[in-house]
Design a protein around this ligand. Structure first.
Ligand SMILES: *Cc1c(COP(=O)(O)O)cnc(C)c1O
Length: 375
């Protein structure tokens, strides 16, 4: 019999559709032989890391002959101080993707279920399916709802039963940018049975400036089944280093630590994250740049007559009103990488990351040009 690893893989893995990342700049260079490329495809911070993080990286690089602190003591202390949470309730991850996977490994089995929303972040279906658990996908809010394509909490609640171990809520959600307000989110969590953990993924929360936006880290004392995940990849500008974390009750963190790899966060990343947390100026600069870039892009899209979804992240989802693959392609040829979302069953949409002012202008110009060429 010929060797066929797909027959050997777990059935749930065999049928998995792998995560499709944003196209790397080097790949576009190789394929098209063009240079001066900008990538606004993965919601990275266009300002990159701040000066304090860069200095900490240089210092930490001298020590990489040693294993990192597997307990992440210093970073947990810094996070605990900054957000007023107990260090025992913090679980560090190799990006928050890592803690999302740890949650599925610790709490899901083939006879349990997980709930997430249609158009919810793409990591949820992959992580859930890999465990063999049953995924229950709630339909998104319909168009035209003010939060169309966003999470429908009532529809999600209806899918929860005694087998549900995890519910994933991204607030704001990627790729839609949509969000959930505090009152509705709190009522949802309060209605969940104790056999269900609610995971609120706050990857973009640092960018949100609304005063009344739910900061669920404040609710951890009230809801023992709440887990909050966050990351240093977005507003803190450390995507390449891979650091994220979960906030939860210490007992939940105890379960995650059983499946966590001993040295999952490297020493350079730990040092950089501590420094980034201290660098309030860089964070503030990043927030302001995002706010201004969002205004610039929305104004440009309005001028082009392109519909866009409301967003509280550092990205915006646009409706091209025709297959977006050709527009994506035409923009690539101009050296501008954005993100197609066909993997979310949104073939007419593109997700644009907010860049610097110059990058935003170039992206809008490339989009305008693509629409002219394809008209
Ligand atoms: C980017 C993103 C993450 C994960 O990013 P990491 O780099 O793994 O920390 C998690 N959730 C959402 C919704 C995201 O957009």
């Amino acid at each position: 019999m010929p060797f066929d690893p797909s027959n050997l893989a777990a059935p749930s893995v065999r049928t998995l559709a792998p995560y499709v990342p944003g196209k790397p700049i080097e790949e576009l260079e190789r394929e098209y032989g063009i240079h001066d490329i900008i990538k606004l495809a993965s919601n990275e911070n266009p300002l990159g890391p701040g000066p304090q993080a860069l200095a900490a990286i240089a210092t930490a690089a001298r020590e990489i002959g040693l294993y990192p602190d597997g307990g992440g003591f210093a970073l947990k202390q810094a996070l605990a101080r900054r957000y007023g949470v107990a260090p025992e309730g913090i679980t560090l991850g190799n990006g928050s993707n890592d803690v999302l996977v740890m949650l599925t490994e610790a709490f899901l089995t083939p006879d349990t279920e997980a709930v997430y929303s249609q158009y919810g972040f793409a990591v949820y279906p992959i992580a859930v399916q890999a465990t063999g658990a049953k995924a229950r996908v709630a339909p998104a809010l319909p168009d035209p709802h003010p939060m169309a394509f966003g999470h429908d909490l009532d529809a999600m609640a209806r899918l929860v039963n005694q087998h549900t171990r995890l519910v994933f809520i991204a607030n704001p959600n990627n790729p839609t940018g949509t969000w959930i307000e505090a009152v509705a989110l709190k009522a949802f969590i309060a209605a969940m049975p104790p056999s269900t953990l609610v995971v609120v993924d706050e990857a973009y929360i640092e960018y949100v400036e609304d005063q009344d936006f739910p900061d669920t880290s404040r609710w951890l004392g009230e809801f023992p089944n709440l887990v909050v995940t966050r990351t240093f990849s977005k507003a803190f500008g450390l995507a390449g280093l891979r650091v994220g974390y979960a906030l939860s009750q210490p007992a939940v963190a105890g379960m995650l630590n059983r499946v966590r790899q001993a040295f999952n966060v490297n020493s350079v990343a730990l040092a950089a994250a501590c420094a980034a947390l201290d660098d309030r100026e860089h964070l503030q600069r990043s927030i302001v740049a995002n706010r201004e870039g969002m205004q610039q892009i929305k104004a440009g899209l309005d001028e082009l007559g392109i519909r866009h979804l409301p967003s509280r992240g550092n990205f915006i989802l646009i409706d091209c009103a025709k297959p977006a693959a050709a527009i994506y392609e035409a923009m690539l040829r101009q050296g501008v990488i954005v993100r197609p979302v066909g993997n979310y069953q949104l073939p007419n949409h593109l997700r644009l990351t907010i860049g610097t002012q110059a990058q935003n202008q170039r992206m809008l110009d490339a989009l305008r040009q693509a629409l002219i060429v394809l008209a």
